[in-house]
Write a protein that binds this ligand. Sequence first.
Ligand code: OOB
Length: 543
Amino acid sequence: MTTQDLGWTPWPAALATYYRAAGYWLGQPLSQLLLRGAACYSDQTALICGQRQWSYSQLEQAVTQLAQGVLTLGWQPGDKVVIQLPNRAEFYLLFLALLRLGIVPVLALPAHRRREIVSFCQQVEAVAYVSADVWQGFDYRVLARQVQAQCPTLRHLLVLGEAQELTPWPLAGTPPARALPAPPPASALAFFQLSGGTTGLPKLIPRTHDDYFYSVRESARLCGLTPEQRFLCVLPAAHNYPLSSPGALGIWWAGGCVILAEGPEPATAFELVARHQINHLALVPSLLQLWLAQPNAEVKLAGIRLLQVGGAPLAPTLAQQAIQRLPACQFQQVFGMAEGLVNYTRLGDAEERLLHSQGRPISPDDKIVILDDEDRPVPVGQEGNLLTRGPYTIRGYYRAAEHNALAFTPEGFYRTGDRVRLRADGYLQVVGRSKDQINRGGEKIAAAELEACLLQHPAVAAAAALGLPDEALGERICACLVLKGETPLGLPQLRLFLRELGLAEYKLPDRLTLLERLPLTPVGKVHKRRLLEMLQAATMTKD
Ligand code: OOB
């Protein structure tokens, strides 16, 4: 099948052959992970969620049973299903059941709202949308009905919990214990991750069984995971980092135990750390800072043996604090992206590397290229734009030919939008980014998406969204607006307007600045760097 038929870009045949020959791609679907787990670690605990727990064989049985149930709904291999669930065991059960059947999930985050979910459902022509009933005060059933009104392909709105008139999960009746169809080929599209994005609407990232499985196995190996691992998942479970770097899937490859936390609040998370003898955490820098600021943090976290930090720039001073205050713990920086490439500092690396680098790639065949703005290679040690290609980095976003022509080179290298330096020791240092994206505590916001929403406000003549440096979150979102008339517009009103447009809460501006005009570049684009300097100068005079 061609790229056009599939909607996604497979690796060129010669490279695929090479990745197989090199042993990266084993030709096994991701469901193999679970079968192997049941065979190798059968009675050991695989998953804990609240008061419930599953051994490896129970997990495998529960997934098989759910897959049988899903078949009774009439979902077919190749169908797409948007999943939006909080950190509950059912997220993993459904994800694994769909992978087993070759039904392709789109992994939405609980924070997404109508605008994002409609876009995902429309892009993949989803047959179903799966959500919780109510979580953190938000009623997903209302969202589900709104989404269905805009997405005629949706046949089921499956609700975990109180479903009202929608389709309830647990599914009605016991499914017939029939044999499942053959699992999908490993080269097939397995599921979609979401891109932090740089454009008006979030792009979908097609991951295959072969490529993802490789990144999981290698991550587990180089992070030194063992059956003793007790991993507390505090970040949204669907995100690439807690799912596969090495995340829950890496833990199950290694025979360890995943414990789910509903959220990252220190009080509840610390309680789970104590109750379940947690020894492995994966955090973003803003959470690390918050957790270390809690009273007796070093006592409460004394049992941690592997502390991973990634998703956003980590200040060396904060890294040093963590290393000093948790001396029994291995510290690891993780610089990854849902598109593929993941870099880790290695266990046992010297402190200088742990503090000042973001690691090196998983695979010897992750090709790293660093180019200047004219696409010329820069010498080692010099800053430039990071491009990459390799056995688990996508070759194109889903159904996005126009954007792919910009985001990928003709040779298939992905333009990450990150500004990096390659050190003489082969490690990467992230120094900034060229992409117009805001990184708010690890959550990515495409400035263009927010700007498109801001421009929908009837009072707004021009809009620019910027990330302003912030002590706690790394960056906060500032909306800079030029208004059409004299009618004033305040931040609360603006946030309400954006919320009503159906934009996720984490994309709403933290700050609003009204200007007479936006500074422009010679070609008439908003001069973001100058705008940032103006805002910072204004803040300093105010202080
Ligand atoms: C992870 O994935 P995404 O897709 O949410 O975001 C990727 C982007 C990177 O391109 C980079 O701009 C930023 O997030 N980033 C970092 C970083 N890790 C990610 N920037 C500076 N330092 C780091 N350590 O965020 C992700 C995926 C897998 C593993 C870990 C993180």
